[in-house]
Each structure stands twice: as structure tokens, then as C-alpha cells.
Ligand binder design. Structure first.
Ligand SMILES: Cc1cc2nc3c(=O)[nH]c(=O)nc-3n(C[C@H](O)[C@H](O)[C@H](O)COP(=O)(O)OP(=O)(O)OC[C@H]3O[C@@H](n4cnc5c(N)ncnc54)[C@H](O)[C@@H]3O)c2cc1C
Ligand SMILES: *[C@@H]1O[C@H](CO)[C@@H](O)[C@H](O)[C@H]1NC(C)=O
Ligand SMILES: *[C@@H]1O[C@H](CO)[C@@H](O)[C@H](O)[C@H]1NC(C)=O
Length: 541
């Protein structure tokens, strides 16, 4: 019955050649080999991991390398960002990606190697409050209770039958297929189009979550109340939209953790791991231009132009404001992304039971997840929040307001399709909140600190079987195609690790006199369904 535990994890359900170093070698016998120059655009999980593994692979192959990472923002991490509650550096909270899980090998290994401590996700418990509840905008359909473990499990068994156990084994077999992408002979993969077939995930990708669950005999009630609550909190998508694989990722919650002080530290350390990596913050790349000798000149915001052998684009091209001249052989498609409004705020108050149709005196659960009420069907509509009006509201931890009373306040996170304004905040807290307080907070008020952020958080994960290429052109690489497959810190890091391997393999192939190209669908025997993949499959259940 461990299955029940995993399914109820909640917010949190993210799962989601040897040789010597060429530097200094053979100084007397041969002239120094010029270092390979690589530009990585973006210092998020994808770009940092690319640089980290590239420097390792190049060292192992004895190829000197000089890696420049360009980051538009003032910090490393990308969508992995912390902000400080009450501007207190001692109280960082995740504004973007917050959770990874124990099957996330790259992140787990890096955390260990860099000696970063992980904090398992335990939220503070209020006396008598359930840990988690699933709210449909009218009532809580299910709440975990403080009752004895066995009694709670018996009730869930009564409600859902064997669905939790079946879901857990379906999740495990699906994740096992994905994990084959980490090792030979599958790794490194040249094209996601191909690898998805090779590892046996094409069918899972081609179906909506609901179709996949139904095909595997998972009961509708459990899918609606638990699994959909999980796809909504993780991806702001319902089961008739999101594909089967990402649905399973949402259920892979075993060993959920985060890095104490902020997940971004993993990526920061990756970039600091080697003297062959230099990171340029506050530096946007504005133009990539391919030269007649197949090198690339990059123009940055400062107007500087420099030349590179390989360029890795580690950010969704559509938001990057980069001109690529001439257009590469494969131009990534524009992908619809979720516009996510995240609100972090601190309050001495708990959520108002009245706002959740609970009797006065009852406690609202720490994590309020949502699903659609019975009879409401938004199909594959991306605007699928429905009656609840928000995706989730959770107390992520408690903290001490440096300007307030000495007792801890609750730090909340809201995921919603609209900014959380005075009206919503007043309603859920049952206190009058002025527009100004909703915008800026007020030191000793009902909202003592608040931070608003809009993200392009992840793609709408419609079922699809074709993906943007990883090799856009000779020496021009793209990590963000993976996001239509699975969008997590780990998968972006995996895409970076994969590109880092492809690059060094190609250099070695070139050195051996092979003609190496790693693109075009035709070469892989695919007829190419490109263009079809952005639309949801029409066939709904
Ligand atoms: C609110 C939210 C919650 C999430 N929760 C989770 C979670 O719990 N667990 C999880 O695993 N994932 C989660 N995710 C998803 C996860 O954050 C992403 O999948 C992952 O971080 C993407 O990493 P990336 O490196 O591919 O892209 P990004 O992190 O977006 O990095 C790209 C970088 O490129 C930079 N850049 C863009 N254009 C240029 C340019 N022209 N020049 C220079 N630099 C440029 C950007 O500034 C950015 O830093 C969440 C995302 C959001 C927004
Ligand atoms: C980047 O810019 C911010 C503000 O715009 C500044 O505070 C910071 O010091 C800059 N960082 C670097 C490394 O230039
Ligand atoms: C490309 O960059 C190199 C090195 O910075 C420079 O010498 C050359 O003029 C650039 N080419 C173009 C077309 O800008």
C-alpha cells in the first residue's frame, strides 16, 4: 500500500574514451591544438548541464575546450529561481522549479558531488489540519486525515479500489522505459523522434493522460480526483490535454526533495566545476550567424562579436529574441507554453475555512490541490482551470517575519492562470486586503510579504510523436526540444548531457576523418509527421 503514499504527495508530485587532458600535452613534439570553442546560450538546467558534461567529456577525450556560457539574467538557474521571503537571505523560497525526485539521477548525483544538502518536502502541520485536500471549487473531494495510517488507507481503498496500486505499477514501468535513455546503447540520442520509438514510449506519448489511464484499466474516479489534481498542480493541465508520459511523471513522486537554500545551486556549481567554463551573466545573445567555414559568430547585447566552433541553444528559441542568420536547416517550431502566475506570500493567518465551504473552526489542508467539479468538462482546452479558479494554493513552509511577532508565519504559494489580486487574497484569507497590500504586502499586515511572478513555465504537453531536432544545423544544437517530451529540471539537464556527448563524439569523428552529420529525419527512416504534433489528438474518450 505504499502506492497510496506516492499518489498523495501532492504539490510536490514532480516528479518529474579515456585519454589525458590535451592541455599541455606534447608541447615539445607538436604545436598546441587550438581549443574547441563552444558557446552555450542560457544558464538554466539545460545550459549548465551542457557545459558541465562537455568539459568532462572533452577532458576524457583529450580535447582542449573553451566553453562560454551566456546568460541574459543576473543569475544562474533560469526557471530554477529563489527569492527571499521578507528580503531576508536566510529565508529563500523557490519561485520556479521546486521539487525533484530520487529517480532524477543527474540532479541527485550532482547534489551529492557538490555536497549540497537536500531537504525532503515536509510542510508544517497545523493541529488538526489535513496535509492535502483536493478541492473542486465547491467541496473537498478527498482529504488526507490525521487518522491512523491503516484507517486512512482503508478509506482510500474503499473509494478507489486498486487504482492507486495499478497506477503505481504503471508509473514504474513507464519510468523504467524513460530511464533507458540515460545509458548506452540508447544514449546519446540524435533525435527525440527516434528515441521515443526505441524506448517504447511512442504510444504513451500519442495518447492523452486520460486515454492512457483508461487503456490501462485505471478507474475514472482515481484519475479525476488524484491524478488530475497532480497534473494540474504540476503542469496546469487536465487529463484530456496532457499526454500519457507527462501524466506518469506527475505520479513519480518517490523521494521528493529540494536543495536547502535553493535548487539553482546545483547549476551554479556545475558552471564553477571547471576552469574551461566561463559564465557571462547579464549578457544576451542577440544574433547567431553561420560563417562560410562552418563556425558561428555570436553577437551579444554589448555588441561584442566572437567566433565559436559549436553553439548550444539551451533555452526555448521562441522566447530568446535571437536572430539566426542564415536560418538553420531545422527551425524549431513555436510551441504553446503555459502562462503561469505564481504568487508567494507570507501571512500570520491560515486559509479561511468559509472560503472552502468548511465549518468555522475546521482547518483548511496545507496543500489545496484542485480538480474540475463533476459534470464540468474543459476537454483539451488549455484554459482548463474551471470552477476552482486556481491550480493550487499551498503552505510551502513557515518563516519568521523579521518585522512581526516572534511566532512563525505561513508562507504560501499560489499557482493560477491570473495574477492573484486583492479579491482572491481577501476571499481565501477571510480578511480585507487592499489593492496596495495585494501588490506589495504590508510588514505587519495580513500579508506581510508578497512576490508576484509570471512565467512561461512549460509547454502545453499535447500528445505528440514528433519533436524539434536536437541538431538544428552542423554545430548548432538545441536542448529545449525535450520540453515537449518531459519538462523538468532533470530532463533539461539530461538534454544538456546528451548534447555534450554528441558534440564530443562528432569532434572525434571529424578527427578520425569521418563525415559526421547528425540530422534530418530522412536519414533516420522517418517520414516526418512534423506539423501534426502541435495539435491535440482529436479523439477524446
Ligand atoms: C513555476 C514553475 C514550477 C516548476 N516546477 C518544477 C518542479 O517542481 N520540478 C521540476 O523539475 N521542474 C519544474 N519546473 C520546470 C523547470 O523549471 C524547467 O523544466 C527547467 O528548469 C528548464 O530548464 P532550461 O535550462 O531548459 O530552461 P530555463 O531554465 O528557462 O533556462 C534558459 C535560460 O536561458 C536564458 N536566455 C534566454 N534567452 C537568452 C539569450 N538570448 N541570451 C542569453 N541567455 C538567454 C534565460 O534567461 C534562462 O536563464 C517548473 C517551472 C516553473 C516555471
Ligand atoms: C547584473 O545586473 C544586475 C542589475 O541589473 C547587477 O546588480 C549585477 O551586479 C550584474 N551582475 C553582473 C555579474 O554583472
Ligand atoms: C566573426 O568573428 C570573428 C572573430 O571575432 C571576426 O574576426 C569576423 O570579422 C566576424 N565575422 C563577421 C562576418 O562578422
Amino acid at each position: 500500500m505504499r502506492a497510496l503514499g506516492i499518489t498523495l504527495l501532492g504539490q510536490l508530485a514532480f516528479a518529474l574514451r579515456s585519454g589525458s587532458n590535451g592541455k599541455g600535452n606534447g608541447a615539445l613534439a607538436e604545436p598546441e591544438v587550438a581549443a574547441k570553442r563552444v558557446a552555450v546560450i542560457g544558464a538554466g538546467a539545460g545550459g549548465s548541464s551542457t557545459a558541465y558534461f562537455l568539459s568532462q567529456n572533452a577532458d576524457a577525450a583529450g580535447i582542449p575546450v573553451d566553453i562560454s556560457v551566456f546568460e541574459r539574467g543576473a543569475r544562474v538557474g533560469g526557471r530554477c529561481t529563489t527569492v527571499n521571503a521578507w528580503s531576508d537571505p536566510a529565508q529563500p523560497v523557490e519561485l520556479g522549479a521546486s521539487i525533484f525526485v530520487d529517480v532524477n539521477r543527474i540532479l541527485v548525483d550532482a547534489a551529492e558531488k557538490f555536497d549540497l544538502s537536500t531537504a525532503s518536502m515536509g510542510a508544517p502541520r497545523a493541529e488538526g489540519a489535513a496535509e492535502l485536500g483536493v478541492w473542486d471549487g465547491k467541496q473537498f473531494l478527498v482529504k488526507t486525515s490525521d487518522e491512523d495510517g491503516w484507517w486512512q488507507k482503508a478509506k482510500l481503498l474503499w473509494r478507489y479500489g486498486l487504482a492507486p496500486i495499478k497506477t503505481n505499477s504503471l508509473m514504474k514501468s513507464t519510468v523504467a522505459k524513460f530511464l533507458t535513455m540515460y545509458a548506452e546503447p540508447v544514449f546519446p540520442w540524435k533525435s527525440l523522434n527516434e528515441v521515443v520509438h526505441d524506448v517504447g514510449l511512442a504510444d504513451t506519448m500519442a495518447m492523452t493522460g486520460l486515454q492512457f489511464l483508461t487503456a490501462n484499466g485505471i478507474g475514472e474516479k482515481f484519475a479525476h480526483e488524484i491524478i488530475q489534481a497532480s497534473t494540474r498542480v504540476n503542469y496546469a493541465q487536465n487529463l484530456k490535454l496532457i499526454h500519457g508520459l507527462e501524466t506518469m511523471v506527475c505520479m513519480a513522486t518517490s523521494g521528493a526533495m529540494s536543495i536547502a537554500g535553493g535548487n539553482y545551486q546545483i547549476f551554479d556549481r556545475m558552471l564553477e566545476s571547471s576552469s574551461s567554463i566561463s559564465t557571462h551573466l547579464n549578457t544576451s545573445v542577440t544574433k547567431i550567424s553561420k560563417q562560410s567555414d562552418n563556425t558561428y559568430n555570436l553577437t551579444t547585447s554589448s555588441g561584442e562579436i566572437s567566433s565559436f566552433d559549436d553553439v548550444v541553444l539551451a533555452t526555448p528559441l521562441q522566447f530568446a529574441s535571437i536572430e539566426i542568420d542564415p536560418a538553420p536547416e531545422h527551425v524549431p517550431d513555436e510551441i504553446p507554453y503555459v502562462e503561469m502566475f505564481v504568487t508567494l506570500f507570507a501571512s500570520p493567518h491560515r486559509l479561511d475555512p468559509k472560503a472552502f465551504n468548511l465549518e468555522a473552526g475546521k482547518q483548511v489542508p496545507n496543500f489545496v490541490l484542485t480538480t474540475l467539479p463533476d459534470g464540468e468538462d474543459t476537454g483539451s482546452d488549455p484554459n482548463g482551470v474551471g470552477t476552482p479558479g486556481f491550480w493550487s494554493i499551498s503552505i510551502i513552509r513557515t518563516g519568521l517575519n523579521p518585522h512581526g511577532a516572534p511566532s512563525p508565519e505561513n508562507i504560501y504559494k499560489i499557482f493560477a492562470p491570473k495574477p492573484a489580486g486583492a479579491k482572491l487574497l481577501s476571499h481565501i484569507l477571510g480578511k480585507y486586503i487592499s489593492d496596495d497590500e495585494a501588490e506589495h504586502g504590508s510588514r505587519n499586515g495580513a500579508i506581510s510579504w508578497i512576490h508576484h511572478k509570471t512565467w512561461h513555465s512549460y509547454p502545453y504537453e499535447y500528445p505528440r510523436v514528433t519533436f524539434d531536432e536536437i541538431s538544428l544545423d552542423d554545430g548548432l544544437w538545441y536542448t529545449s526540444s525535450i520540453e515537449s517530451f518531459i519538462s523538468t529540471m532533470e530532463t533539461s539537464a539530461l538534454a544538456g548531457k546528451n548534447v555534450a556527448k554528441l558534440i564530443v563524439d562528432r569532434w572525434q569523428g571529424m578527427a578520425d576523418g569521418e563525415i559526421v552529420t547528425v540530422q534530418s529525419n530522412e536519414e533516420w527512416g522517418y517520414t516526418g509527421l512534423k506539423g501534426q504534433h502541435q495539435r491535440p489528438l482529436e479523439a477524446e474518450l
